[in-house]
Ligand binder design. Structure first.
Ligand code: SF4
Ligand code: F3S
Ligand code: ZN
Length: 103
């Protein structure tokens, strides 16, 4: 599961599409955590898609991650600023790849 203390345990190593990426990142095998308010551990996400289907405000978008061992697409929190903290994505992700920090 995603580390809920990732902000303490990791460093921001790059920006992607306006959000933080928390390392380590070593492409293509290691991709880090994308986003901060809505954080997705790309190294755990296996492209189930429930988060994209269920988010009421369409926070997530697919991004291509060729040659990653878990999946070749990931749910990117491209619109994390629109999140309304309903926690649905956290509940439906089968591998607990998502952390949402309300408030
Ligand atoms: Fe979308 Fe709710 Fe998850 Fe926020 S907590 S990203 S609004 S599903
Ligand atoms: Fe990935 Fe979980 Fe969404 S596996 S696509 S973050 S439901
Ligand atoms: Zn991203």
């Amino acid at each position: 599961a995603i580390d809920p203390e990732f902000e303490e345990n990791r460093d921001i190593v790059e920006q992607h599409d306006g959000h933080n990426v928390w390392g380590p990142v070593e492409e293509p095998e290691t991709l880090g955590i994308h986003g901060t308010h809505v954080a997705v551990d790309f190294d755990i996400c296996l492209a189930d898609g429930a988060c994209l289907e269920d988010c009421p405000v369409d926070v997530f978008e697919w991004v291509d991650t060729p040659d990653h061992p878990e999946s070749e697409i990931k749910a990117d929190p491209a619109h994390e600023d629109q999140c309304i903290d309903c926690m649905l994505c956290v509940d439906v992700c089968p591998v607990d790849a998502i952390d949402v920090d309300p408030g």
